[in-house]
Design a protein around this ligand. Sequence first.
Ligand SMILES: [Zn+2]
Length: 179
Amino acid sequence: MPFKIVPRDSASDEGSGETVARPRYVKWFQLGAGTLRAVLRERRLEDRLPSGEDWYVCPLCLDSMFTVEELDTGELTVEHVPPRSLGGHAMVLTCRRCNNYAGSRWDAQAYRRRQFHEYLTGQSGRAETVTLDIGGVITRAELHLTGTSGFLIAETPKINNPANLAASAAHLDARAAAR
Ligand SMILES: [Zn+2]
């Protein structure tokens, strides 16, 4: 049977090709489908499931039901926990929509957080871009670490409105003069 597992990026799962990974995902599907059936049976709701097939429900939204064939269409997807970009592993099957949502929100936030942590602990050499609020004037700046405990914040002309740079400089000058 031809099949296609569609993870968020194209790298193969934990070094194994899709042909190796699929039986594992089918096992997860069967586990989820069996649990769903058992829960519904316990509540005498089993007849709500279309008969003759196993059904898997997305555990995040409880909104979408899938047959095992939908592993092949990309509608039932493999979610990595923590995100794959942080070295996470395939953990659970979710619907494509939840997987995309997790990718764009939670994963991106977690990745950004780690990047910033690496930066602050000196594991990454590049400057971080930060947002400054000086007297209510918002500008973008680069944060450079200097030595082990100091840092330098430099507003970047290229990515700021010149009027905002002038206004924030004037605000800092006024603060310094008031001392
Ligand atoms: Zn979902």
